[in-house]
Design a protein around this ligand. Structure first.
Ligand code: IPE
Ligand code: IPE
Ligand code: MG
Length: 251
């Protein structure tokens, strides 16, 4: 592990990593267990990645935890996921605080069960002055819903005469997203072998590097995460320019 970590260039780290933690159900099924067994076993992978991120000082980590579409799953699975979330938040609150992490949420948490909401508000408040990294949970999150609420809020400001249409630009739009004050995603990882975005951070991944891994989420380890970072650092991010321009700027 030490050797792997030494391959990571500390000066070229992604600022923001976002992960679609997928494959819990299949992991459980392949063991002849219920899907929820997979969700339980995915929690250790969450812990590992949160602290691996902090260890190499990546300041923003966003985890896709529950999508706006996940409500459509069987009711007992949704209930178990909510219960697991409440339990895990209770268990992890002190650790998040003492390790200096700040918890943030993107998504509409008003629709979450009261017990989950209370825990979330409690931990967000507890960790609000922490500066050792941002853990962002995407909960009842959908990128399309996020964009629609941004448009509604901008339209309202225009209607009230507080905003001119000409002043709607990139930066103003970003200020109306859940991710206001959070930098764009540099690296997006999805486990489970599926190659799709599933309504995650559509605006914010405009120039992200995308990695799709054939690993089911409960099997994802710190080593896998470090390998993702190493692979990310091998890419040249051109942002529309050509390679020679990027090289010239480096020199
Ligand atoms: C990801 O694993 C966890 C959540 C979406 C909450 P899945 O539950 O989607 O697992 P698969 O994709 O069915 O294997
Ligand atoms: C995406 O996974 C949502 C989360 C990881 C929370 P899904 O398993 O819900 O995605 P689809 O339905 O396979 O696209
Ligand atoms: Mg899935």
């Amino acid at each position: 592990m030490k050797e792997l970590k030494s391959k990571i260039n500390k000066n070229a780290l992604p600022k923001h990593v976002a992960i679609i933690m997928d494959g819990n159900g299949r992991w459980a099924k392949s063991r002849g267990e219920e899907r929820t067994y997979g969700h339980r076993n995915g929690i250790q992978a969450v812990r590992d990645v949160v602290y691996a991120c902090q260890e190499i000082q990546i300041p923003y980590l966003t985890l896709y935890t529950f999508s706006t579409e996940n409500w459509k799953r069987p009711q007992d699975e949704v209930a178990t996921l909510m219960q697991l979330l409440a339990e895990t938040l209770t268990e992890e609150a002190d650790d998040l605080y003492t390790k200096g992490l700040r918890l943030r949420i993107i998504g509409d948490i008003n629709k979450m069960p009261p017990i989950v909401k209370e825990q979330l508000y409690h931990i967000m408040d507890l960790t609000r002055n922490n500066t050792g990294g941002n853990l962002i949970l995407a909960l009842n999150y959908g990128a399309q819903a996020e964009i629609i609420q941004a448009v509604q809020s901008i339209a309202k400001d225009v209607k009230n005469g507080e905003l001119n249409i000409e002043d709607i630009d990139h930066s103003l739009f970003e200020d109306h997203l859940y991710t206001k004050d959070i930098p764009p995603v540099d690296l997006m990882i999805r486990t489970s072998g599926e190659v799709r975005i599933s309504n995650f951070l559509l605006w914010q991944i405009a120039y992200a590097e995308l990695q799709f891994l054939d690993i089911l989420w409960p099997d994802f380890t710190k080593k896998d995460f470090f390998n993702c970072i190493i692979q990310y650092q091998e890419k040249e991010r051109r942002y529309g320019k050509i390679s020679e321009q990027i090289e010239a700027k480096k020199a």
